[in-house]
Design a protein around this ligand. Structure first.
Ligand SMILES: Cc1cc2nc3c(=O)[nH]c(=O)nc-3n(C[C@H](O)[C@H](O)[C@H](O)COP(=O)(O)O)c2cc1C
Length: 329
């Protein structure tokens, strides 16, 4: 593997300048303010909010508004919305226009969840490219923010749409498209197809961001090198490993010490308590802590203990005891 540094560069999304082209992907239930804050310590160029429903936004759902909250120092910032009804999209964007802290609005055209797809939302949009065009046109017409799109390879192997969607984006003033190299039918199984990302990059001039299965320096390098993409986006590979951004940006696989791992987990839990309150934090922290400790000696048992802990104080005690044990073996 050659040095990745030749691929790391600043990038512009329309008029928004971003310091580097290594991004944290949107993940529902994961990329809340707390996790984005943790990842930002390791310098990704951009972090995305969890996806939010344009229908719920239009009707003023507090819960949905919270999903799109931006931290004070989270700039440039990107929020993600989903929807297939152009009136919902328009009215949501008109609201988001009023929020000075938002720089980029990404439209989700890839979520495989049946509850979205059956309404034509997320990857459901890939069954109706005319509607993709009308949603994009409407978004561009009213938005004061940069509009970007995140999509998949296609709906299924019979309907490979990534390039067509990219062309619709390009023709209508969308400045960046992210492509996850799986179809909707694949969900998260199999391997992300780098060829489709390469093909999209060869055929449009807008930014193409490669996504899927980047879990370390080598997979990041391969994504850049094979597809010639303009930037990369990491989702699952950042869970329990926000250091992945440091590794890629510095071109050297970084392994945190036990102490660093413990301190970042501790800080992450404290952010969750601050943002969500202790009760919700005690639920939300479970999937994150499972990832932070995965592969460490005895972690399965500790994960089970944490999943049964009654409150965050218990979690802190379990973790302190566990890391004491790890330090002494
Ligand atoms: C738990 C979870 C939640 C996700 N939520 C979103 C989302 O809200 N919006 C979106 O565009 N993609 C979402 N994705 C897809 C990821 O952004 C990404 O495209 C996919 O996981 C492939 O990248 P990876 O291999 O780096 O994980 C989600 C993925 C996971 C695992």
């Amino acid at each position: 593997m050659e040095n990745i540094s030749k691929y790391i560069k600043s990038i512009s999304v329309g008029k928004i300048n971003i310091k580097n082209n290594v991004f944290l992907a949107p993940m529902a239930g994961i990329t809340d303010i707390s996790f984005r804050k943790i990842c930002r310590k390791f310098n990704p160029g951009l972090t995305y909010t969890e996806m939010a429903s344009s229908k719920a936004m239009e009707f003023g759902s507090q819960k949905t508004n919270k999903l799109l909250e931006i931290m004070e120092d989270e700039r440039p910032s990107a929020v993600q919305i989903f929807g297939s009804n152009k009136d919902n999209i328009r009215n949501t964007i008109l609201k988001l226009n009023e929020n000075e802290a938002i720089d980029i609005i990404d439209i989700n055209m890839g979520c495989p969840a049946p509850k979205l797809v059956k309404n034509g939302d997320g990857a459901g949009l890939l069954l109706d490219l005319k509607n993709v065009e009308s949603v994009i046109k409407e978004a561009k017409k009213v938005s004061k923010k940069e509009i970007t799109v995140k999509t998949r390879k296609g709906f299924n192997e019979e309907r490979i749409t990534a390039l067509e969607v990219a062309k619709i984006c390009e023709e209508n003033g969308v400045t960046q498209i992210t492509v996850h190299g799986r179809t909707r039918a694949e969900y998260y199984s199999g391997k992300s197809d780098l060829d489709i990302i390469k093909k999209v990059k060869e055929n449009v001039k807008i930014n193409v961001i490669g996504n899927g299965d980047i879990v370390d320096l080598e997979t990041a390098y391969n994504m850049f090198n094979y597809t010639n993409c303009d930037g990369i986006m990491i989702a699952r590979g950042a869970m329990g490993n926000p250091w992945i951004f440091k590794s890629i940006l510095e071109g050297k696989e970084y392994r945190p010490t036990l102490e660093e791992r413990f301190n970042v987990m501790y800080e992450h839990i404290n952010y969750m308590i601050e943002n969500d309150g202790k009760t919700l934090a005690n639920l939300k922290l479970r999937k994150h802590i499972a990832c932070y400790i995965k592969g460490l000696k005895g972690s399965t048992k500790v994960r089970d203990l944490i999943n049964r802990a009654n409150n965050t104080e218990e979690v802190f005690n379990i973790l302190k005891e566990y890391f004491n044990y790890l330090n002494n073996i």
